[in-house]
Design a protein around this ligand. Structure first.
Ligand code: GCU
Length: 635
């Protein structure tokens, strides 16, 4: 990839700048208690402790959590900026009822033990009618007991996602913070954990601002809260922090294993794929990292959408072991083609928000919910690809894509506009990018990292995205970089000329001619596309709203009807087919989704209706039209 060199030098420069400050705890605004030891300086973007795959000792803390609203954030800061009053500090390790039974003048204005409860994971906006539009701080509490810790053992809390800021306390002690609503974070709690009656309190603040990612306005709903699972993970004193393995074009399995702990350096480690009769040893270096570079066994079956072959890969080090189900394939761009396992592929897909089927989604994507959506793509649309917009989706859904055989586009929510000139915001975006890469880089399905969506072209915006592209290439050289760009319109010419293009492996654009703007559907046949043809193009969005069950048999059918949406798809597909380097489609969108921007009282009522299926899964006419189109494409 010719443009790689400038990007890499940028990445190295960034890493070196970080190396100088490697001592500080790493992680999104992490203000951990005992800072988790950074694995090693050169990879200062790495989240402090990202545990991959299935481990032996994991306690799921899902279930009923009590909660306490804190609209004016008095649990964090009191009026006039004073320190919060203890009677309002939800994080305190205190049995309020017991204290109230004692004589004295003290009192409380919260009690998480006797508060209302809701099911976690899941967004609060779907839990209670009174919380439907709550956008602010809510404190959650989970009480739990643990088995007595073994000598030298370490304990970590792992949050798969908290939207948008998390303030985490265990037994009254602050153990860390995190910013970012869609990526996992891990906090060491070895010194704060006790055997019985642990009191885990998490302050969740959903409020976004001009420096958040995404910013304050999006075309999707609030979904505040602890939206993905929380687990307690117990490990030996020195444990496997991260482990990767991938297939290269040269037919080798290359990867790394990172230990964390006092005995991390110069330690024997191994990787084993029993089904392939493969076992390889290595020794960690002074920084606790070991590298693997082994010939791939001739019997290895490559992963593909048609044959999503996965293997149990077991990483071991001392008394620790992590097993991950992984697929192996190669991915490249060659001229205008995307190559999977050396063969050109066309991506037959659709875009997806993280919302389960149903009239009151809580962004609770457990495995059945994930499979229900992805099966509509794989079986219903005859698809081989999904664009997970506009933020990293749950690991559950990524793993379902691995199992079902769907290639994935994943993106961080650098969406519309962020504070392009603010170094702290760029760092936030880079860490978000790193957190999602470290979580998902073992997923064969994951093919493309997108560094943004529909951001207005400007020098500062292009520098921001270029820096993100460099971060991707530094952390995950085996995948492709893209971004969903805006097109330019000049009369009947639709032009792609974005200055970000040289930093991308695959071009992608969103286009809505025939829905937004003055074009009638008959005009689309006349539109010309002017774009570079030296690299692949994905049309990452096109779509039209239709209320399921609303029909108009007129000619032409009017907007909001299923007939109009189908006619829009027919005209758009015919227009796009004329683009010589078109290599993928992800129409907007599989399912109607909630958005506070969509308030037509007859057709929308808070839902964006561009779905090919309704929120309850009712297929619209355009669904079958796209399915027939994909089935007719050459394989
Ligand atoms: C934009 C944007 C989507 C939005 C869609 C729409 O392209 O990327 O997030 O929902 O258009 O207008 O429906």
């Amino acid at each position: 990839m010719k443009h790689l060199l400038p990007a890499l030098s940028l990445a190295v420069a960034f890493m070196m700048s970080f190396a100088a400050r490697a001592a500080e705890p790493v992680g999104m605004d992490m203000q951990a208690g005992p800072p988790a030891p950074v694995a090693h300086a050169a990879d200062a973007l790495r989240p402090p402790l990202l545990l991959t795959g299935q481990r032996a000792d994991v306690q799921d803390l899902s279930g009923r959590w009590t909660y306490s609203k804190d609209y004016y954030r008095t649990g964090l800061t009191d009026i006039n900026g004073w320190v919060a009053k203890s009677r309002m500090q939800r994080h305190r390790d205190v049995d309020v009822a017991a204290e109230e039974s004692k004589p004295g003048t003290g009192f409380f204005e919260f009690d998480l033990d006797r508060g209302p409860a809701m099911q976690i994971p899941g967004a609060w906006n779907a839990a209670e009618p009174e919380l439907r539009w709550y956008d602010g701080l809510i404190w959650f509490q989970r009480r739990f007991d643990v088995a007595a810790p073994r000598a030298g053992e370490r304990s970590f809390l792992r949050f798969e996602a908290v939207n948008y800021r998390a303030h985490v306390y265990l037994n009254g002690k602050e153990v860390g913070r995190h910013e970012g609503g869609f990526t996992p974070f891990v906090l060491e709690v070895t010194d704060a954990l006790r055997a019985n009656g642990n009191r885990l309190v998490v302050g969740v603040d959903s409020r976004h601002d001009a420096q958040s990612i995404p910013g304050e306005i999006t075309d999707w709903d609030l979904y505040g809260g602890i939206t993905r699972p929380v687990t307690l993970i117990r490990t030996p004193a020195t444990f496997i922090d991260d482990a990767t393995l991938r297939l290269t074009d040269a037919g080798r399995l290359v990867g790394s294993l990172q230990l964390n702990g006092a005995q991390a350096a110069n330690a024997p480690v191994s990787v084993q794929i029993a089904a392939l009769g493969l076992k390889a040893q290595a020794t960690t270096d002074a920084r606790g990292e070991a590298r693997f570079d082994i010939p791939a066994p001739a019997t290895l079956k490559r992963w593909s959408p048609e044959s999503p072959q996965l293997y149990a890969v077991r990483f071991a080090a001392g008394s620790d072991a992590v097993t991950d189900r992984m697929g192996f394939r190669t991915l490249a761009v060659k001229g205008a083609d995307i190559l999977l396992n050396g063969q050109p592929i066309t991506l037959r897909g659709v875009s997806l928000h993280e919302e389960e089927l149903g009239a009151n989604p809580a962004r609770r994507l457990n495995e059945p919910a994930a499979r229900a959506l992805l099966t509509e793509v794989k079986q219903g649309l005859h698809g081989n690809y999904v664009r997970l917009s506009h933020y990293p989706h749950s690991e559950t859904l990524l793993r379902a894509a691995d199992e079902l055989g769907l290639l994935v586009w994943s993106e961080i929510p650098v969406y519309w506009t962020v504070d392009w000139d603010n170094p702290a915001v760029l760092l936030k975006a880079r860490r978000m990018q790193a957190e999602t890469i470290y979580r998902d880089r073992n997923r064969a399905a994951l093919a493309l990292w997108s560094v943004g969506n529909e951001t207005p072209v400007a020098d500062n915006r292009t520098r921001f995205h270029a820096a993100l592209a460099a971060t991707v290439r530094a952390l995950d050289p085996g995948r492709l970089v893209s971004a969903a760009l805006l097109v330019e319109r000049e009369g009947d010419t639709i032009r792609i000329a974005d200055p970000l293009l040289p930093h991308l492996d695959v071009m992608a654009v969103n286009t809505y001619a025939g829905w937004y703007g003055d074009d009638r559907l008959d005009d689309l046949a006349r539109l010309r596309w002017a774009l570079p043809t030296d690299k692949p193009l994905i049309v990452s969005e096109f779509g039209a709203d239709a209320l399921a069950g609303h029909h108009d048999l007129g000619e032409p059918p009017r907007k909001w009807s299923e007939e109009f949406q189908a006619a829009y798809y027919r005209a758009t597909l015919q227009m796009l087919e004329r683009i010589p380097n078109l290599r993928g489609l992800s129409p907007w969108v599989l399912k109607d989704f909630r958005s506070p921007r969509r308030e037509h009282p007859v057709f929308q009522n808070g839902w964006n209706r561009k779905g090919l299926i309704s929120e309850t899964g009712q297929r619209k006419l355009a669904f079958q039209l796209l399915a027939d189109h994909y089935r007719g494409l050459p394989r």
